[in-house]
Design a binder for this molecule. Sequence first.
Ligand code: ZN
Length: 438
Amino acid sequence: MSNGRSASAPRRARPAFSRGRAFSPSRLALHTCAAFCVVALSGCPRGDGARDTGEPPAAPLITLDTHADIPLDFATPAVDPRNANLQVNLEKMARGGLDAAFFIVYVAQGARTDAGYAQAQADAATKFAAIHRMADELYPSRIEIAYRADDVARIAGRGKLVAAIGIENGFVLGKSLELLDRDYELGARYVTLVHDGDNDLARSARPSKDLGDGDADTGVSELGASAIARMNKLGIMVDVSHGSKRTALDAMRLSRAPVIASHSGVGGVLAHPRNMDDETLLALRDDGGVIQVVAYDEYLKARPEEQVAALRELRSSVGLTERGGFGALTPEQRARWDEGLRAIRERWPPATVRDLVDHIDYAVKLIGIDHVGISSDFGGGGGVVGWQDASETRNVTSELEARGYSRADIAKLWSGNLLRVWREVERVAAELTARGAP
Ligand SMILES: [Zn+2]
């Protein structure tokens, strides 16, 4: 497949690595964490910070999480978005200082049959409706949907929370790319090409034998290339999380605008199919894109064989299957599960905010501060010790401060980089429309 960019199109500039340059005495005074005190006491030259006092004051920090899943009954009487027992609800967002979140229209990969496509589209319609019900009907004074990148700061500036919408799994399209136009109208601003199991658009990082997926990494299909072209034209970000390595590299080559990885880990810290290796991350940097490093235990911290075996044994001893079954447990089984899990976590402590920031640090060192962001995957298995739900969001900021990131860099990680890509995607869409591209 030919490169989507014409030879005359300027290569996107690679922004300079800027970590640690943006200190000013006034900003330094804001940092009260232990790490900074240690730095100050050990005689770190303050003069380093005196260089940039001419900078305008930093804009307010906007925290944006690019991946929060919702259940199918979200925004119904059973699941009130304000205070339901979810990792992300409006009260937890407000309490923890999480300003904005992409709420996700996720559909599981099923059989690629008419019935499979119909089920996926029905589930997607349910979730789109739920997000709109939350923002447009139930809580319009507390949260508003962002349809453009600039809406995020505008809405947050009025003291409201921000919702954006992403689709997880291009399976919702089946083979009908015109559905992209409708989904754009409904507010979808990114589409994760593929999930667990291949679909008609792309190869998954975790293909499914059950669904009959083959062994070869076939990357983005012809239909997937057409979908990317349509997303470029509409102004929808292309998301390569869950895609195979070739899918990610193909998507970058094909897309006329930078791509995102909305929730992925860093392969240089932990080799895992869902993590991006150095080569892919460097390509993402050259593409102008961004990886939103995800707070997902399994992708952040290695699980020794023994731990995996202990977990497997516990599951079967209480009657759980690989796919779950929590709803069917008796209170006695549930108690045994909780007890067993506690013991496993004591022996092999789960990932923490520090592990998350280790992945962020590695990515920043490799590809620069301008290409890294943050995501939770709350509601989809995400959450680490210290950031178990939206109410603990400030702990992530504190850990970044403790590692020495400046306020300006933290602002980039929390939303600046993602919003830059979103704006670029909008710019490319406007240009393609003006040129009359099909
Ligand atoms: Zn996911």
